[in-house]
Design a protein around this ligand. Sequence first.
Ligand SMILES: [Zn+2]
Length: 286
Amino acid sequence: MQKTLRIKLPKGKRVAVSLGIDLDGQTIWEGAYGMTSPAALAYGEFGAEVGTPRLLDLFDKYKIKTTWFIPGKTADTFPDACKEVIARGHEIAHHSYYHRNPANMSYQEEEAVYKKALDSLARIGANNIRGYRSAYWDFSPNTLKIIEKLGIKYDSSLMANDFYPYYPRTMEVREDGGNIFKETSNIVEFPPSWWLTDFPFIAHTPGKLENMRPTEELYNRYVSNYDYAANKCPNSCWCLTSHPQTMGRAHEIQMYEDLIRYLESHGAWFATMGEMYDACYSEDDK
Ligand SMILES: [Zn+2]
């Protein structure tokens, strides 16, 4: 059975909330779509140099510290924007180097890419990285083993739960019968969700991603999803993923502020994922 964890909350709080930010910069267009045109690069530049300062100011206003997942290439391309995130007291986590899907990488290639990313993060002053998020929220069969070897303590990519952290397991896939769970990892998984993110629903890249949805649709889904966690799932976590290139846009960031106010008034404990990791306990330990 899946082994889950609970989160010890400060008195009066109902859910641990991670407002994690993926500062992809230009890598999402390069890594996902293979686009390096000036227009595509400009979308990423907006995220790093316009959206990021807006989000940092908003977090300062509400005294929120969160976790920023930054690809190594973004740290190399936009070092000043990334250093500002550190200067404002946020946690930095690993988000690959090129933002390429690791699913079909060889062990050696994947390990080399992750080491390269750690070197880039160290150059902007981010050391002792404890968290990892894969590009596309996808894994290769070796990902867990590699990140554990690199000293990573928690991941936020897999969705075998929604409101409780858990220990992910490797699996043997069989064609002639049931699949078999193998080793349980020591990595703690904080599940993100395709329904708790912004980019796929509000970004627009002609010919690639054309799905501009109304801002209130996101808000309503986020609130409804959060309410379930707050009302039905004690000592749980709620992990939202936002991107400066989308949530940093004027209409979205005003909705985001409304959302922060809603969460704040409904029992959210805003925490970095590192703080959530430190607050985890097993039901067996009680
Ligand atoms: Zn990303």
